[in-house]
Design a protein. Structure first.
Length: 80
C-alpha cells in the first residue's frame, strides 16, 4: 500500500508498506482482514516506522519511496 506523509519541514514524503509486511504483522497480531484493513488498523504504527526510516534515510523501494518492511514492523512490535 502506498501512502503519503509529511516530514518535519512540511514536505510530502512518498511511502509504501509491502504486502509481506502487512501479512506478517497481521499474523503476529492475530488480525484477520485485507491489506487495507490491516493498514487502517495499524496506520499509526506503520507511519511511525516510515518516519523512522525517513530519518534514517532508508530503506527505499525501487521507485524511491520509503519502504516499511516486515522486519521493521516486527522490531517495533517486539519492543512495545
Amino acid at each position: 500500500i502506498r501512502f503519503l506523509m509529511e516530514d518535519d519541514a512540511g514536505s510530502t514524503v512518498a511511502c509504501r508498506v509491502s504486502h509481506e509486511a502487512l501479512r506478517d504483522h497481521a499474523d503476529r497480531m492475530h488480525f484477520l482482514g485485507t491489506d487495507g484493513a490491516v493498514f487502517e488498523a495499524y496506520r499509526e504504527l506503520i507511519e511511525d516506522v516510515a518516519s523512522e526510516a525517513h530519518d534514517a534515510e532508508g530503506p527505499f523501494d525501487a521507485h524511491g519511496r520509503i519502504l516499511v518492511t516486515s522486519e521493521a514492523l516486527a522490531r517495533v512490535t517486539r519492543s512495545a
